[in-house]
Design a protein around this ligand. Structure first.
Ligand SMILES: Nc1ncnc2c1ncn2[C@@H]1O[C@H](COP(=O)(O)OP(=O)(O)OP(=O)(O)O)[C@@H](O)[C@H]1O
Ligand SMILES: [Mg+2]
Length: 298
């Protein structure tokens, strides 16, 4: 689809695009009912009540992004993502300028994902909010209270949020305490996203890998034995950990079954090794699983 400039009062500006999650590439979603329920309750708002702006707190890979993608699907809204880091400025949150491809213009404005979510009544997801410096976060203050607007110096405009606009942020566990009080008191509730219980990890793995591995029950048992033995401090696996181990085990088996190691020695262009995974079930063994876990976590 061709991207088009949009009119914002007297200016033609480029919008940021919403993210359309490709759920076909993701494992089927499992669990997280109570967390989703709390976010939905926080977001219900009307003429006399403002929506709350929750912040998800949890270790890397537990599923914070995934929860937000599922909520966007569930509520049928567009989702606009913004990745926080130390160099974000206040203006980055509203609008940026860039050199124009169009010879008639020197520069052009690009609206941030936040401003686009506000204008289109979408969901704005501010990831890694804990990494953004307080000076930049100050611009969010008016967005997150009853004013529901953002002032952009570059645009010279005040942009008001449409009623459908909803805000959610995420941060890793240690960083939530770094948020300045003026933001901390506006992003609520703080929702802890913990490690999923074993049954849910098993469910995620089963739904994702069952069509490819017929001995999955044995492999899952082996996975727990290896995980408990290898991972010190008994930290449970995140969905990302478990998916990575089973994916790598499957790929190692695929590579071997296609004569990968032999081919590596004699690689010639005419017989190039394809990197596309096959659809057929893989003969993944405990050895493959062990190798994958060792390569990923040793
Ligand atoms: N409940 C779930 N059901 C199915 N898959 C899940 C679930 N939670 C997470 N995943 C999968 O696990 C992977 C990691 O999840 P995600 O990227 O959402 O984690 P995160 O908490 O945002 O991590 P980070 O802090 O590094 O950004 C993704 O592939 C995601 O699809
Ligand atoms: Mg994330």
């Amino acid at each position: 689809m061709e991207k088009k400039k949009v009119q914002l009062n007297n200016k033609l500006v480029w919008p940021s695009e919403p993210y359309k999650p490709d759920t076909g590439m993701m494992p089927e979603f499992v669990g997280r009912e109570s967390e989703m329920e709390l976010i939905m309750a926080a977001w219900i708002a009307g003429k006399r009540t403002l929506p709350l702006s929750p912040v998800l707190v949890g270790e890397p890979g537990v599923g914070k992004n995934r929860i937000v993608y599922e909520l966007a699907r569930f509520t049928g809204r567009d989702i606009y993502l913004f990745q926080g880091h130390e160099d974000i400025t206040a203006e980055d949150l509203a609008c940026t300028v860039r050199f124009s491809d169009d010879k008639a213009n020197m520069m052009e404005y690009v609206l941030s994902p936040l401003v686009c979510a506000m204008l289109n009544g979408g969901i704005f997801f501010l990831d890694e909010i804990g990494k953004i410096r307080p000076r930049a976060l100050a611009l969010l203050v008016s967005v997150l209270d009853e004013r529901r607007y953002i002032d952009s110096t570059l645009l010279g405009e005040r942009v008001y949020a449409q009623p459908g606009f909803r805000f959610i942020a995420a941060t890793n566990t240690g960083e939530v305490s770094l948020l300045p009080e003026f933001i901390r008191s506006r992003v609520r509730p703080v929702i802890k996203i913990g490690y999923p219980p074993r049954v849910e990890i098993e469910e995620i793995i089963s739904r994702q890998f069952k069509p490819r591995m017929d001995n999955l029950a044995t492999l899952i048992e082996k996975f727990w034995a290896l995980w408990d033995e290898r991972i010190k401090d008994k930290i449970p696996p995140t969905p990302r950990d478990a998916i990575a181990v089973f994916s790598l085990a499957s790929s190692i088996s695929d590579f071997e079954s296609r004569g990968g190691s032999e081919k590596l020695k004699s690689a010639i262009k005419a017989d190039a090794f394809t990197l596309e995974a096959g659809d057929k079930p893989q003969a993944v063994s405990s050895k493959h699983l062990e190798k994958a876990l060792r390569k990923l976590y040793d």
